[in-house]
Design a protein around this ligand. Structure first.
Ligand SMILES: *Cc1c(COP(=O)(O)O)cnc(C)c1O
Length: 230
């Protein structure tokens, strides 16, 4: 199979999963953005997926991402930074990405806003860490509303919602409950502080369907889209 045919096949596969989940949930497929989690995938493969309609890419590692951006300077896609953020890297992140998932400190948001080289704001998602896992970034559900209120007042950034990577649960109902908590928190935080956050970045290869059923607006798919990482 040519790499072009492969890209079409994988994109069709994921889009039909998204469509099926939306149908069950009574949602519109256009309200769910597919982000190709393209870490450890080569530029020539990513290029083919974009040629066939993928419009959003998520990268975790800064140097790797910049290398690919330089290889594909005219790529018709939005770049999302979905990795852990070190505060001494915010300037480079601000230069190379217009979406930053995984913000979990006010200082990071302040720096991104100040260092944003464009006139359009950088879109920010606050990362939730519902299981308080030490290996993952993010704030607790209790801490999140206050952080949102503070970030919403900054210039140069636009607060868009929450992102999370919950650990896998055995029961689908338990997995669903964690995603549902994020949606509820988005609504209550909007009400409490008069905000208009719209996005929930949740759902990966293993839990896409459940995440969409619980209100995800951005799914970050790696292996189920591109195949195994190199
Ligand atoms: C790698 C990664 C993904 C995609 O994971 P898959 O299981 O391969 O779909 C999504 N989100 C983040 C933050 C990642 O690091």
């Amino acid at each position: 199979m040519s790499i072009s045919d492969y890209a079409v096949e994988r994109l069709t596969h994921i889009q039909s999963k998204i469509n099926a989940a939306c149908l069950t949930a009574g949602r519109k497929p256009e309200d769910v953005t597919l982000i190709g989690a393209s870490k450890k995938q080569p530029a020539n493969l990513i290029q083919k997926f974009v040629d066939h309609g993928l419009r959003n890419l998520g990268e975790n590692y800064l140097q790797e991402a910049i290398g690919k951006q330089n290889e594909m300077p005219k790529l018709a896609a939005h770049w999302h930074f979905i990795g852990q953020i070190q505060s001494n890297k915010t300037k480079t992140i601000a230069q190379h990405f217009n979406w930053v998932h995984g913000v979990d400190r006010l200082k990071i948001a302040q720096r991104l806003g100040k260092q944003n080289p464009r006139t359009t704001p950088i879109n920010i998602l606050v990362q939730l860490n519902p299981d308080s896992e030490l290996t993952k970034g993010g704030v607790t559900l209790e801490q999140a509303p206050q952080l949102c209120d503070e970030i919403a007042q900054l210039e140069g950034v636009s607060l868009q919602g929450f992102m999370m990577i919950p650990k896998a649960r055995e029961l689908a109902t338990e997995q669903a409950a964690v995603f549902a908590q994020a949606k509820t928190l988005l609504e209550t935080t909007n009400q409490r502080f008069g905000l208009a956050m719209k996005h929930l970045s949740m759902g990966m290869s293993g839990d896409l369907t459940t995440a969409i059923q619980e209100g995800s607006t951005m799914v970050r798919i790696g292996t189920d889209l591109f195949g195994p990482r190199t």
